[in-house]
Design a protein around this ligand. Structure first.
Ligand code: MG
Length: 306
């Protein structure tokens, strides 16, 4: 428990009196949290240390799951309950089981990907991921390299034949992504301000209408995140968007209205729902994992259904 943590101002979103708890600490930059229901542990990426960590919230002990993992970032489950994760170092999206990695995709149109950042799996089994350059332009987050296809796109891997399709090309640097409960809307964050020093770039979330043929059409900016950027995001069962920022989890209604804020004492990289009931929000924030109980669950519930 963090005794001096400010109370969450998130009426109806967390139980009365709920406080942010520091589950564990000792990482460098935390990303890609995923609740593993069969083990009762949270797994996440410590990107600069090139390792995957786990913690059982019941004992709070930080454990190294795997070292030398080629700078993994975001992760989720596929429909079979297999972990799908992004690797900056391999410039790939991959499946991982007991440390054994198999590549899902590492190129598009004959060019290597940049450095896949975050990934979701839709109900049809398709894998959607963002591909900003952060793992090829920051030596501590991967290996220096070129943007071979010349952009930073959002891709979809077709579950029928494994083909890869560029679905969104108009976001400067896509990072987090999440579907609405019925998958008719895809939210994608743009963190292009993050590495720039000239004040340019975006720190907002864009909402896309997703057609039945998966064509994505931008509705426009859903919300601007301040302070910091919306790195990772999640959508809950009611369609609300839970976003990271530099100082808090920020929760928005489907129409973009801010519903609440949960202050967190470190810069947030990403977040996920999990725990025994799926109602615990885990927050990967710089050196630590925090949690708080909520009154909802992830829209996809894949984190607890495996
Ligand atoms: Mg990210």
């Amino acid at each position: 428990m963090i005794d001096d943590s400010p109370m969450a101002t998130a009426p109806g979103l967390v139980p009365a009196g709920a406080r942010v708890v520091r589950v564990t600490t000792g990482a460098t930059w935390s990303e890609g949290p995923l609740w593993l229901p069969e083990l009762g542990v949270l797994r996440w990426s410590d990107i600069p240390c090139n390792r995957i960590l786990e913690v059982d919230p019941r004992d709070g002990e930080l454990r190294v799951y795997r070292d030398e993992v080629e700078f993994t970032n975001g992760r989720t489950f596929d429909l079979d309950g297999v972990v799908v994760q992004c690797s900056h170092g391999r410039r790939a999206v991959e499946r991982e089981t007991d440390g054994v990695v198999t590549t899902v995709v590492d190129s598009w149109n004959g060019h290597r990907l940049n450095s896949p950042n975050d990934v979701v799996v839709a109900s049809d089994g398709s894998i959607w991921f963002t591909d900003p350059p952060y793992g090829i332009v920051q030596p501590h987050e991967g290996h220096p390299g070129e943007r071979e296809y010349g952009g930073n796109f959002v891709f979809r891997v077709d579950p029928a034949d494994g083909t890869v399709h560029a679905m969104i090309q108009d976001i400067e640097e896509p990072n987090g992504l999440a579907f609405s409960p019925d998958e008719s809307v895809l939210y994608v964050t743009d963190t292009s301000v993050a590495l720039r020093t000239d004040g340019s770039g975006n720190h907002h979330i864009v909402a896309y209408d997703v057609a039945t043929d998966f064509t994505c059409t931008a509705r426009g900016v859903f919300t601007v995140i301040e302070p910091g950027v919306a790195d990772g995001i999640r959508v809950d069962e009611q369609g609300r968007v839970w976003s990271s920022s530099a100082d808090s989890v920020q929760i928005f209604a489907p129409d973009g209205v801010l519903l609440g804020r949960i202050p967190v004492p470190e810069i947030i990289g990403n977040l996920c729902f999990g725990g025994p009931n799926g109602t615990t929000l885990f927050i990967a924030a710089s050196t630590s994992i925090y949690s708080i109980e909520t009154t909802t669950r992830d829209a996809a519930r894949r984190e607890v259904a495996a």
